[in-house]
Design a protein around this ligand. Sequence first.
Ligand code: NAP
Length: 366
Amino acid sequence: MVDDTFAFIIHPIQIKKDVARKYPLLGKLLTERQINTFSRFFPPVYLSEIEGIRSVSTGRELKGWLIACPFTPPTMMSLSVNRVYDKIVACGHMAEELGAKILGLGAYTSVVGDAGKTIADRLNIPVTTGDSYTVTMAVEAIREAARVMDIVMRDSTVAVVGATGAIGKTCAELLAGESAKLILVGRRLEGLEEVRDLCTGKSAEVVISTEMSAIYDADLILTVTSAVHSVIEPKHLKPGAVVCDVARPRDVSRRVAAERDDVLVIEGGMVEIPGAPDFHFDFGFPPRHAYACMAETMALALEGRYEDYTIGKEITVAQVHEIGEIASRHGFRLSGFRSFEKPVSEEQIAAVRERAVQSRKVWSRA
Ligand SMILES: NC(=O)c1ccc[n+]([C@@H]2O[C@H](COP(=O)([O-])OP(=O)(O)OC[C@H]3O[C@@H](n4cnc5c(N)ncnc54)[C@H](OP(=O)(O)O)[C@@H]3O)[C@@H](O)[C@H]2O)c1
């Protein structure tokens, strides 16, 4: 008998591909535009039962469910926020009926409106966006990527793109104490000034910019906007740069993978789950792995912390440290790197380092 339970809401991001995971024919036949339109009228979709998650410290097991909110990112951006809340709350009611004791909000369902507050008020089970652990894992991924690329973080220039956002702001606060220069990039100067104030007085000199070209100086880039389309193109990156893309949909254009073999792009937020988890649904990750936001929901359930955890746009550094400690104790770990859905090998990392050296020679002569 498993007492601890959770549910997690996901939604189509790579629209045709993700719809085909549940409805192969619809994913094949419908255009993206048709899916965006039909998704407005679709009810919540039960996807699967998750089993086999087991804490390494207590041995307790966890049962969960994956539920799909049918809305795509463009649909969520175009509908009124109340219509989006209604659909997410309907997904939450499905979670309650299944017996979930806590609900996690995946990707855009955690971004819309007040980031989970209204949804939590309207449900009888607690809610988390999972964003605290997303911050923990994003910063850990940047540290690890710096290590494998021989970049000394305390001497490096780090950029945070989407620095005014819930996740971006707290990542910036943490990285300000670990780097020499911090470039904060966003769309609103006023918002950036507030984040700069939060980051000032630590090890890094802090600069702000509303221009994406500002990241060209950066050795390490953490990007986490809620843009519907990619915002980072090949021309924005210097040779040898490392980009940790936490955003879903991704911020880094596929052209970077095609045209720049001298930079390393990794996906932020992929976590190895303890035990022998089986999701009984392919959401695009390798077996036994999940998004950091899913992992936060699981870790809270294993800890018996059935309370609203990360909701709203303010994520504290204390909460990031706390969930990091809880998750680590139960056996959640940063997973190996992936880039554009494929694993990154040590040989590939060595090759990127080598090509960066070559590109820099050409680059400095130009
Ligand atoms: N990998 C994971 O495990 C995981 C977990 C949770 C969330 N996420 C993803 O993380 C991302 C951010 O989430 P969040 O909760 O931090 O969102 P948020 O609080 O809404 O912040 C979004 C940020 O993106 C900026 N932005 C929005 N549209 C933009 C555009 N077109 N161009 C440039 N910047 C833009 C916003 O700037 P303004 O201040 O100007 O609006 C803001 O700084 C989302 O893609 C979400 O799906 C990933």
